[in-house]
Design a protein around this ligand. Structure first.
Ligand SMILES: [Zn+2]
Length: 297
């Protein structure tokens, strides 16, 4: 009897501790009557989405090497909304992920695979440091790095070694970050920790012992020199509209440059995730932005 009582108390204690740190995942489909909202309900659904939100969180915490709840951003609740009106395909504000029903409606190919790519990107914004402090371009690249590691990368991404500049953004810089993390497992985790207070190019020296331009030179030298898949994309052609998936698939977006200062005047909104077929970010700001640059500081 005594033993079972002790066991019961332990059980209660564990349950209580778990309750303190458990994250509650919620889904609110506010587009129940639109084609995209109906497709969400029929082909994805709230239960599946909540499972994937939890799985993405576990994955991201591992990448950030946040083994205990105390190391993570404290968010008792994360809510995913399916919205009818949005400038973006998906974005994050605080503990909310907003997904546009129009994006769901127009997913081509495997809906779950495409949705997970966007979801893992957006969930990274939920848990990462630096939003509103570090340049948008850097936080976006970390979200794309997570997407890369989760293996939800669109076919049009450059191969490892592709690109012309380390700060080109999107797939190019996500691949570069993957190389950096290969030099020191935990680079991205450490960078995320440092980004609590902002961002500086000097973090590369702090973490890897070389400045970022030297690292990029090493990266290019180590990559397969026969790979030229992104050459055309990086020729300097600037597209001003991401909507056409033909443009995306041609690789033209690799030369599109987004100024982190222009991209989101409201830094509380974080997005730039894109579907495998169509760029998610379709704001006028993004479409007219120029010069992706990681502003130090
Ligand atoms: Zn994003």
């Amino acid at each position: 009897m005594a033993r079972s009582t002790i066991f019961f108390i332990c059980f209660l204690t564990l349950t209580a501790l778990h309750g303190i740190h458990a994250v509650e995942y919620l889904v609110n489909n506010r587009a129940t009557t639109t084609p995209g909202g109906i497709r969400f309900r029929n082909e994805l659904g709230a239960e599946y989405t909540k499972q994937r939100m939890a799985a993405a969180s576990e994955f991201i915490w591992r990448i950030f090497q946040q083994n205990t709840p105390a190391e993570r951003i404290n968010r008792p609740q994360v809510i995913l909304f399916v919205d009818q009106e949005s400038k973006y395909v998906a974005y994050v504000v605080n503990n909310e992920i907003h997904v546009h029903d129009d994006y769901i409606e127009n997913i081509k190919g495997d809906i779950k695979w495409d949705f997970n790519g966007v979801l893992f990107h957006e969930m990274t914004h939920i848990w990462q440091n630096g939003l509103g402090k570090a340049p948008v371009a850097v936080t976006e690249v970390i979200a794309d790095y997570v997407r890369l590691k989760a293996n939800y990368i669109p076919a049009h991404w450059v191969k490892p070694g592709g690109g012309d500049r380390w700060d080109q953004g999107y797939d190019v810089t996500a691949r570069f970050f993957d190389y950096c993390n290969g030099l020191k497992n935990g680079f991205v985790a450490e960078l995320n920790k440092k980004m609590k207070d902002g961002y500086s190019d000097s973090y590369f020296v702090d973490l890897l012992g070389k400045n970022v331009n030297q690292l990029w030179t090493d990266y290019k030298a180590n990559s397969d020199s026969s790979y030229t898949g992104s050459a055309a994309a990086n020729s300097g052609v600037v597209k001003s509209d991401f909507k056409n998936s033909a443009d995306v698939n041609s690789g033209a977006e690799h030369s599109v440059t987004v100024n982190s200062g222009d991209a989101f005047a409201d830094t509380s909104v974080n997005c730039m995730a894109y579907s495998a077929e169509t760029f998610v970010a379709r704001s006028n700001n993004l479409n007219h932005a120029a010069g992706l640059k990681f502003d130090p500081g």
